[in-house]
Structures are given as C-alpha cells and as structure tokens.
Ligand binder design. Sequence first.
Ligand SMILES: Cc1cc(=O)oc2cc(O[C@@H]3O[C@H](C(=O)O)[C@@H](O)[C@H](O)[C@H]3O)ccc12
Length: 584
Amino acid sequence: MLIKLLLHSLVCRYYMRSFYRPKIDLQGFWKFKIDSENVGEKNEWGKGLESEDIIYVPASWNEQNPQWDQFSSIAWYQKDLFVSSYESKKAWIVFEGAGYITKLWINGEYVGTHEGSFTQFKFPIKLNINEFNKIVVKIDNTPSPYNLPPAKDLNIAAFDFFNYGGIQRPVYIEFVDECHLEDITVYTKSNGHLKVEILPECNQKFSLRFKLVDKEGRVVLDEESSNEIYEKDVGNVTPWSPDNPYLYTLIVEIYVDKNLKDSVYERIGFRDVEVMNGRLYLNGRPIFLKGFGRHEDFPILGKFMYGAVLVRDFYLMRKIGANSFRTSHYPYSNEHLDLADEMGFLVILEPPLCYSNISRVMSQEEIARMFSDIKYFEKVKDTIKEMIKQHKNRPSVIAYSVMNEPPSDMREVAEFIKKEIEFLKTLDSSRPVTFASHRSVRDLALEYVDIISLNYYHGWYTEWGDIDSGVKIVAMELEEIHKKFPEKPIIITEFGADAIYGLHSDPPQMWSEEYQSEMIRKYIETLRKNSYIVGFHVWNFADFRTPQNPGRTILNRKGIFTRDRQPKLAAKVVEELFKNKLPS
Ligand SMILES: Cc1cc(=O)oc2cc(O[C@@H]3O[C@H](C(=O)O)[C@@H](O)[C@H](O)[C@H]3O)ccc12
C-alpha cells in the first residue's frame, strides 16, 4: 500500500499551455500488444514489446480493429523516439487522457501510475540523448465497481456509454527549465478585475511578468512583479458572453537575472456568474441555458474527438440556437472546452461520477458501504482536484455538476454529496454547484446545491407511449420541488426519447422521429411556463455507443443528430423551440 501511494505521488497533476516550451508530439502509429492474462509486468514488457500489432494514438483501441472491439482489459503501447538534444532541460510526458489505469516505463525503467481516463496528467522523465528512447505504456481498462465510473463488465455498467479504452487523447513530451511555472489560477470579473495566483517552481531569485493581449493583438497590460499573487483592475474590458465570447490572452513569464526561463498562457474571459433570487446570472443579467447533454463519441475514433468533428458539432449547436452543454458524464478534452471558450458556450463541468444504473452493478448494502468508505471519497477528491486544476481558468465553465444520477434517495449517498460539494468549494468557490438528479421529489441531497438539476424520462422509461401523462407527472413533481426550495433555480438537465433515423410513424410511436420530436416539444412547451426553470438540456446532442443490453440498438438513439451528425426531425423542432419559445 505504501509503495502504491509513493508511486502515485510521482504523478504531477499540473499542466500549462505554452508558446515557448519545446514539444515532441507523440501522435501517430505505436506498437500495440494485448495482455489479456496480465503477464506483461512479470515478463518485463516495460523493457520493450514483441509484437507486430499497430495502433494509432490518440484514439480508443476498440474500433481500430474489430477483434479489439469488445476488449476491455490490459494492453501495452510502445513508441521509439530518437532525441537529438534538449539542452539539459527538464522533460516530462503529458497525457491529456488515457486509461483507465496508465503505467509508464521509459527505457525499461518504471516511471509511474495514474488512475482515471478523463483528466490530464504528466510524469517527469529522463531521456537519453543521441539515442533511441523506448516509451512503453500499459493501459488497464478492466471495469470495476470501484472505478470512476463503476462497472461490473463491459455490458453491465452503472453508466450508459461504451467503456472505450486506450490512449484516447493527445500525448507529448515537453521540455522546461528547472525554473518554471507549475500552475496559474486566474480569477476575473466583468468589470475588468483580474487576479492571478502563480505557482512557480524555481530555486533562484526570480521575477514575473504579466501581459494581457486582446483579441486584436493589442497589449492591454504589461507589468513586472515579484509577487506570486497579482491583482489588477484592467479597466475597460469587453466581457465574455455567449453573444460575444471575447477572449484575452494572458501570458505569464518567469525570469532569472533578466533571462527568460518559462512562459505560459491562458485564454481568459472577463465574466461573472451568480445565482440570485432563484435565477442564474451572467455579467449581472439573467441567463437561460439552452442546449444538450453531450458525449465524446465518434465512429472508429471512440472517445477521441477529432477537431473537425468538434467544429461541426459546435456550428450545429450554434445553428439551432443552443448556448450551453454539460460535460456528461466526465470532463471533456482540452480541445472540446477550448472551443466552448472560443465560441461562447456555457458549460456545466462534470467529473466521471455516473451512477444511473448502479443497482445493476452492486446491491443496496454495497452502495451504502461504498459511499461511506473514506478511501472511495479520497479517490473522488483526487479526480475532482484534477478536473478543476485542468479547467478552472475557462470562462465557459459556469458551474460544476458533481455527479450524474446518484442514488441520492439514500441517506449515505446524500451525505457523500454534501461532503463532496463542501470539498469542491474549498478548491473553487467562484462557481455554483449542482448534480444531475433522477430521484426528483425523493432526492435527499437537493438542499446542498446552488442550482437544482433534474433528469426526467416520464413518457419514455415510464408512461411509455403516453407523452402527455409523462409531462403531467414531471410538471407536478417540479411544483413540489420548487415549493420546497423556492430560492433555487432549476435546470432540466436531461429529457428525451430514442429515435431511429428514418423510422417514421403517424401517429407518433416510440422509437420514431415523430415521437422524439413530440416528446421534446411537449416537455419544453409545458415546462417553460415555470419561471424558476433556467435551462433545458436535451438528451442528447448525437447518438452514441453504449454497452449492449436489450434496451439499446448498439447506440443510444436519443441524439437529435445521428452519430455521424445528420439531423433527425427533432433537430428542426429544437431549433424552433430554442430560437422562438425560450428566452434568448
Ligand atoms: C431504465 C431507466 C429508467 C429511467 O427512468 O431513467 C433512466 C436513466 C438512465 O440514464 C440516464 O439517461 C440516459 C438514457 O437512458 O438515455 C443515459 O444515456 C444517461 O447517461 C443517464 O443520465 C438510464 C436508464 C434509465
């Protein structure tokens, strides 16, 4: 146990963007070897793999070869890399996302371990110069009830998305000086107030320089300081909002004796988020969230979202009048959220804590035990810490959803959520907190959140075939919740119905495009009358792959777009509702 802890602590959790640091991108073809029997470590595969198999990074392994499709256990990757020189700088390898468990060897030497698929991590490494270096990575994607999120096997999971595995996001080597910037935390206000907290790693006397550059490339600010907390009223800034997602580039440099040692940057926006009198405010004005629950999911790539796919998604969302999405049910990639910053989407950021079908994975007693287990809480804290470190400076992130569909009608689970929210607020108290509940009036944790988020499927999983009865029940339950918490705004974070593209029915019947459109229309038209509702997120933006079970036809078909992003009938209906029936 002690050894495990020590190894874990070798992982550095911070990563900064930089125009300055030299980088070797490891995107490309890697050697690949399946290790179903978990014999690789015993046979010292960390020293090098014997295999003719090839895989592409970044992308999940599953769809790159039909034989690997249902494989959810251990596989190894190897890349040989000739390094000419790196001027005696420090090197580290950054994984923007891999998993579930990643172990690394460089030139046969074990380096470290990281748990979790959806947050970035880095390991300090030593490379040989003028030689080939062997980078060997072991990925263990074996499902487990104690993984985040939990699963028993590939098809019996607490979550309704396919358990893709591998090095699924970019990976690269970066070089920095011994004296460098480990982290920066940025706070802004729409009135131009800027506060930057710096975490330098430097054992010499250093000075810092702060530059703020606007969209047109004008230098708005250029100041030196030796303080690790920098505060300034920049003055007349253009605030960030969905209508005008105005970003500034903040550059922070560290100098020793006037020599530049490191330079990092963040794309920042000046904006305020507040919950007040039962409403959600952005820059002092009420804001209404119109959008989706999404997934990172695309044919062949699996959980890697290629930039061009993201661009198409964001233009489609914009075209139909959406301004928001939730990172259901895990933190999305840097590029995904970069685009949200750039294109002005309001994001609810969610960690990989999804419990929708937890009763398929464990008994009530086991659930109660897991949520009362301090070690489990520590693991959850680690993942939340990583998520916030990675995305805290984004203007697009306006709220956190601490989990999806927990069994929060259980006392132990409600207690856990309370503690989780308290912990999260010690890391970031600047954003409102919620979680996506499917326990409705029976939920015991709604009192702990700033915004109430509710997922409803009446008219689909219950009252099937009868949308009107379904919507009526939702309306009644919402009234009851609002009476109990009149000061809390409510977002409907999930509602929708499956539709098979091209399946039509008059009158609307389940699985037809008409039924899906009707259900979304009736939910929005009925519930929008309640002034305490501050947002609708349709489930889902696009069809996505799921575990196999009798309720799914390979994909979850609740997308209003197909998996390859063609519109279903509902796309037009949602466009009309978002643009003409909901506040702008
Ligand atoms: C069986 C079931 C019943 C129900 O009432 O709700 C519900 C919700 C589930 O998960 C959530 O809904 C989406 C969906 O089913 O399409 C999922 O894709 C999403 O991840 C979940 O938040 C699953 C099953 C049921």
